[in-house]
Every structure is written in C-alpha cells, then in structure tokens.
Design a protein around this ligand. Structure first.
Ligand code: NAP
Length: 285
C-alpha cells in the first residue's frame, strides 16, 4: 500500500511482544489516508523490560499515542497519568494518548465488540450470553455486553477461578458454569449469543475437542468468535452449518481501531465511511 507521508505527520504505533503479526498499522494507515488525517502509524516491537524507555522515547519524539497488545494491556496501568473509568474497571488499556507529555489510557475493545454486534443487527440489551474464556479479551467482552444491558452472561473457562473473576466484574449479570460438554450444552440451550473468547481455534493454537454443544443453541442464537485468523474457525463453520448467524473477530478489530483513532485524533469517525473498505482490506491481507 502506498502511504503519502507529510513532514508534519503525527506519529502513532502499536506496541507488543510479539507484534509484527498485527493488522493495526494496515487498518490505521488506511483510515488516516481515507479520512485525510495527518498521522503515520508504525509497528513497534517492545520488550516488557523496555516499556519505561519506550514511554520516555514516545514523549520525546512527540508521539500522539499508541495501541497496546499482549503483554502490555495490564502492564501499562502503573505508568498512566489518567485512566478512563471503563479501563479502570477492566484494569487494562489498549489505547494510550500522549498529551503534553501525560499518558491517558482507554479501552476500546469493550465498545468495539458491542458496536460490531450492532452492525450485524444484534442489540445486546436483554440478551443471554454464553461466554467461553476468561482472559483479557473475554473480560472486555463481558464488561462491554454488561454495560450494553445484557440480561445474563454465563462464563465458562478451563481455569474456573478466572471465570469467577470475570463474573465478579459484572455482578448481577454474571454467573459461571463448568468447562465441560454437558455444562456447555445446557448453557448453550439457554443463550441468545455464544462468544468464543478463548484462543482455541486460532491458527497455531489448540482446537475444541468437542463442539457438540453447538447443536443445543436455539435457532435464532448468534455465534461470535474473536479470532480472525483463520477467517472462519471450526466453531463458526459448524454454527453456520447449523443455520446460525455468525461473526468472526474482524469487525471487533476494526471497531476498536476506529474508537482508538477517535481518541488519538480527537475527531468523530462515521463507521459507515470506513467499515466496508476495512473489512475488504483485512480479507485481502
Ligand atoms: P488470554 O488472556 O491469553 O486468554 C486466553 C483464553 O483462552 C483463556 O480463557 C484460556 O483459558 C483459554 N485457553 C487457552 N488455551 C486453552 C485450551 N487448550 N483449552 C481451553 N481454554 C484455553 O488471551 P486474550 O487476549 O483474551 O485473547 C483470546 C483470543 O481472542 C485470542 O484468540 C485472540 O487472538 C483473540 N482476540 C481478538 C481480538 C480482535 O480484535 N478480534 C482482540 C483481542 C483478542 P485459561 O484461563 O484456562 O488459560
């Protein structure tokens, strides 16, 4: 992709370890170009022990901000001057703005997932959710859906204590079920939305040993997977074959990026102007 770069372009980047697989530079540079925003977005590998040095350098080099992926979403918290209430509740940030050498942290994964569902005509208000996984992404999904008014969110995770911690975050709306096929089958039968927020199904990671619980989903239930590589996981393929509406991780990736750029550039971005070209760009990448 050809990026026309001005001498006044403000710098942005994504930090992570590893990070070179990230699609954020592709998406953010395409959005900046489409919207005429004078920014350049780089991929910046940082080791955990180099985080403090990176933050000093970013301030000196006048970066407008950066996104963070594993393992920095939680590690960044003690370094921030201000934390948005949502990021505070989650204890994790994926977006940091640098203004007058101060660091402001946000989490755009929560609203990103809710908006991705809304784009597909799924309003979480009053809905019952079965959430698989209890890592960083699952936490963001749980809080996003709870804030959007989900009636009940049942969390299942291999490590049950982590599922309990996620349910605790969304008290009143959260509960836990066991990580077993009978328990998942029972919970699936009672949900309107199934979300896979584990890494099972991702290229190079493990796979679900038994997906028979999908057959218990009510006909109108939707299945979402946060994974976008592969484009369609086995879980989504099977859910689609059973007649369910499905969504992969691409729309979340795109919407969290749109919200992040709004924070960086201080502008409102109409999703309609960028979502479809970004979905095509992701598909081609
Ligand atoms: P994480 O914090 O490392 O959590 C990983 C989750 O997967 C945990 O719940 C873990 O269970 C579970 N898991 C891993 N291996 C398992 C196995 N063999 N059997 C059962 N459960 C297993 O990772 P994360 O950041 O939450 O990311 C989770 C997934 O979401 C990844 O695939 C990631 O690529 C995707 N993601 C997508 C986006 C997007 O923009 N689309 C954004 C963020 C994340 P335990 O707690 O028992 O270990």
């Amino acid at each position: 992709m050809f990026v026309e770069l001005s001498n006044t372009a403000r710098k942005l980047c994504i930090i992570g370890d590893p990070v070179t697989h990230s699609k954020s530079p592709l998406l953010q540079n395409a959005m900046c170009q489409t919207l005429g925003l004078d920014y350049i977005y780089l991929c910046q590998p940082v080791k955990p022990e180099g985080l403090a040095d990176f933050l000093s350098a970013a301030k000196v080099l006048d970066y407008a901000g950066f996104n963070a992926t594993m393992p920095f979403k939680e590690l960044l918290i003690p370094y921030l001057d201000e934390l948005d209430p949502l990021a505070k509740k989650l204890g994790a940030v994926n977006t940091v703005c640098i203004r007058e050498s101060k660091l402001y942290g946000y989490n755009t994964d929560c609203p990103g997932f809710v908006q991705a569902l809304l784009d597909r005509g799924f309003d979480a208000k009053g809905k019952r959710v079965l959430l698989l996984g209890a890592g960083g992404a699952a936490k963001a999904v749980a809080v996003g859906l709870a804030d959007a008014g989900a009636a009940a969110i049942t969390v299942a995770n291999r490590t049950q204590a982590k599922a309990e911690a996620v349910a605790e975050l969304i008290q009143g709306q959260g509960s836990v079920t066991a990580w077993s096929v009978p328990a998942l089958t029972k919970a699936a039968a009672e949900c309107d939305l199934l979300v896979n927020a584990t890494s099972l199904g991702m290229a190079g990671q493990g796979a679900f040993e038994d997906l028979s619980f999908l057959r218990a989903l009510p006909p109108a239930a939707m299945a979402a997977d946060l994974i976008y590589h592969p484009v369609e996981t086995t879980l989504l393929k099977e859910a689609r074959a059973l007649g369910h509406k499905t969504m992969n991780g691409g729309p979340l990736l795109i919407h969290q990026a749109i919200f992040a750029l709004e924070y960086f550039a201080g502008v409102h971005i109409s999703p309609k102007s960028v979502v479809l070209p970004l979905i095509e760009l992701l598909g081609r990448s």
